[in-house]
Ligand binder design. Structure first.
Ligand code: SF4
Length: 343
């Protein structure tokens, strides 16, 4: 399957303290791809760079280096007017539906606008299509005259989805699209997205901080920490057999239903990874960004950036899985992997 979206060595930087200060690197050499109709999840804590990557794909954030290839075309440095053309093919749903819905105009008009402007439908065809889109997101057509404020959060997110699908995009960037919703509404919206995806074959770049949600819906997962990819692979591998210490920490932070299991896990977690970033020391300039929080950090982790390693069918950036890194536990970790693979 050839990729619909390919992100290659993406770097995004921000100026934070005047022109003399070195730029802050929010996304550092990130590469991944998405096939047509595929869902790929970007997961990580706040500050991991996941939303910045989504914004770069949408053309809302300039890339300092690297390339973004969509359907074979390099779209990294497209101008605003070229991007307007692309907006038909790459759409987005954000956490706050108000960001895409004008509070002063009816939801029917909000959905109709891209149909008239971008798909060039006439008014009658546009009205018909807008009604179909409202039905597709399981809202009755007769709500179209109402203003956004008269809907619940879940309903507004459905309207935002209907609007984002109005241009028949091939890629939908869902940036924390369900994070603000309660559990039941979140499940409904996620099921709706899956249903729409199976009907339209739209690919999803699913960005969230919640690894179980991403794991449930994405075919592949990219785990980010401080702008770098820690681990990337098929969801079943990453979720069921996480390798990178950060992925393990994210999964260990997911509450378990059994109180005894939860208590045992809490104790083992307290002895291992510092989940909070608040007290963590800044990462070493040349080493692994996760070193200040990692229970396996060794001298090499402070001085040498880990390579992207191909291990057990996925990519991992950690000295523990590099036999040549000089990490004192690398041999033991790799032997354990070999034993697991042969059992
Ligand atoms: Fe931990 Fe070192 Fe691996 Fe970084 S490279 S995750 S500090 S063991």
């Amino acid at each position: 399957m050839s990729a619909l979206l390919r992100v290659e060595g993406l770097v995004v930087e921000f100026r934070v303290g005047g022109w003399r200060s070195p730029p802050l690197r929010a996304v550092d050499d990130v590469s991944f791809e998405i096939g047509p109709g595929e869902t790929v999840g970007l997961v990580g804590e706040s500050g991991s760079g996941k939303s910045t990557i989504g914004r770069a794909v949408l053309g809302l954030q300039r890339a300092a280096a690297g390339r973004i290839i969509f359907d074979g075309d390099d779209i990294t440095d497209r101008t605003a007017s070229q991007r307007r053309e692309l907006a038909k093919a790459i759409s987005a749903v954000f956490q706050d539906p108000y960001s895409s819905l004008n509070p002063a105009i009816s939801v029917g008009r909000s959905i109709l606008e891209p149909l008239l402007v971008q798909r060039k439908l006439d008014d009658a065809a546009g009205q018909l299509k807008a009604g179909e889109l409202l039905e597709a997101v399981r809202l009755p057509k007769d709500v179209s005259k109402r203003l956004p404020h008269s809907f619940s959060g879940g309903q507004r997110q459905r309207i935002a989805i209907a609007r984002s699908l109005s241009t028949e995009p091939r890629l939908l960037v869902c940036d924390e699209a369900v994070s603000a919703l309660d559990v039941i509404t979140r499940a409904q919206v996620l099921n709706l997205l899956e249903d729409l995806q199976s009907r339209t074959n739209v690919a999803l770049l699913f960005i969230a901080h919640d690894i179980p949600i991403v794991g449930h819906h994405a075919r592949r997962i990219v785990v980010l920490y401080r702008g770098r990819i820690m681990e990337q692979g098929l969801t079943e591998d990453v979720i069921n057999r996480p390798l990178h210490p950060y992925t393990r920490a994210l999964l260990a932070a997911v509450p378990l239903l059994d109180p005894e299991q939860q208590s045992a896990r809490r104790e083992s977690r307290a002895a291992s990874v510092s989940v909070s970033t608040a007290n963590a020391a800044p990462p070493p300039a040349e080493g692994c960004v996760f070193a200040p929080r990692c229970p396996y950090a060794a001298d090499v982790c402070q001085t040498k950036r880990p390579l992207d390693l191909s291990v057990s069918g996925r990519t991992v950036q950690c000295h523990l899985f590099d036999p040549d890194s000089g990490h004192p536990q690398a041999d033991a970790e790799l032997s354990a992997l070999d034993r697991a693979a042969s059992s």
